[in-house]
Design a protein around this ligand. Structure first.
Ligand code: PXG
Length: 289
């Protein structure tokens, strides 16, 4: 595998960065996870836009243009012969000193890794996930805004630990007001009849790209889609609940806090949307050539 580091393609074993990089020392940086389907980089422009928004939000100047970044992603995929895979795009604050001051970091570092991804076991897409709500609340927006896809994922890691320690693979995170925010690495939707609802980003959700695509596809399919404040009541009483994310795509939730959701397995709307999403991965994308 060849890894892109600051404009150079380096061999996997030489793909190293400084221990003084503030990405490592402080989780000071931003990232994206992007899928490649059928030799096309899926929703590349949306990921690049979000990356630059995240960087702007933490006052991180990326030393290359968005257009050059897109080209670098495609080039890294090409070099590695990726047909279906996963790209991790990372921008760190760069090499600095042992001290918080980000202004002492000379230049941001850009790292692009193109490889594979492990999804949930395939049977879970038919059976549905069993998840729990956790006590670890989503970051307060005025602490670290959840809209920023930063390298500091401790909030999510702590939530994931809580879930895993209770035998659940994913969790529902609530925001400081007790409203539903999202899962540790996915957005959440509830289905009631022909209505889809998902928490607005101010409730502590990342502006997920899969979330946006699903909202658009669902609307085209005739569903009513609304961003809405949700509580656990809305989850427990929903016909269906599903999660969306780059890695998970669309996965139905069968059980939350040991309570069956609807029939206790992925419902027809979830399965229909998953089918439509899969078709869309053939339609959309930036060709790797
Ligand atoms: N919320 C959070 C907190 C995320 O980290 C999503 C929602 C879904 O967003 P997208 O844009 O992917 O639809 C994410 C994305 C991983 C992994 O390794 C996690 C994500 C993406 C790729 C890989 O667990 N999270």
């Amino acid at each position: 595998m060849k890894v892109y580091i600051n404009g150079r393609m380096v061999d996997e074993k030489n793909a190293k960065i400084s221990v003084f990089d503030h990405g490592l020392l402080y989780g000071d940086g931003v990232f994206e996870g992007i899928r490649v389907y059928h030799k096309k980089v899926f929703t590349l422009q949306r990921h690049i836009d979000r990356l630059y928004r995240s960087a702007k939000a933490i006052a991180l100047e990326i030393a290359m243009t968005p257009d050059a970044m897109s080209k670098a992603v495609v080039r890294t995929c090409k070099q590695n012969g990726i047909t279906n895979g996963y790209v991790r795009l990372i921008v760190t604050r760069g090499v600095g000193t042992l001290g918080l001051n980000p202004y002492l970091c000379k230049q941001s570092q850009v790292i692009i890794i193109a490889g594979g991804i492990q999804l949930y076991p395939v049977e879970l897409y038919e059976e549905g996930l069993s998840i729990i709500t956790v006590g670890t609340m989503r970051n307060h927006p005025e602490a670290i805004n959840p809209r920023i896809k930063s390298l500091n994922y401790l909030n999510n890691v702590l939530a994931k630990i809580e879930a895993l320690n209770s035998g659940a693979m994913e969790c529902v995170m609530l925001n400081p007001q007790g409203y539903v925010a999202e899962a540790s690495g996915d957005n959440i939707f509830v289905v009631q009849g022909d209505r889809l609802r998902t928490p607005p980003v101010w409730c502590g959700a990342l502006e997920g790209i899969t979330r946006a695509v699903v909202m658009e596809l669902a609307q085209d399919m005739g569903y009513t889609v609304k961003e809405d404040v949700l509580t656990r009541y809305d989850l427990y009483t929903a016909d269906e609940v599903f999660l969306t994310g780059t890695a998970a795509e669309i996965i139905g939730v069968g059980v939350i806090d040991k309570r069956p959701i609807g029939a206790g397995r992925p419902g027809p709307v979830t399965l229909q949307l998953a089918e439509r999403f899969k078709a869309y991965t053939r339609e959309e994308g930036t060709l790797i050539e």
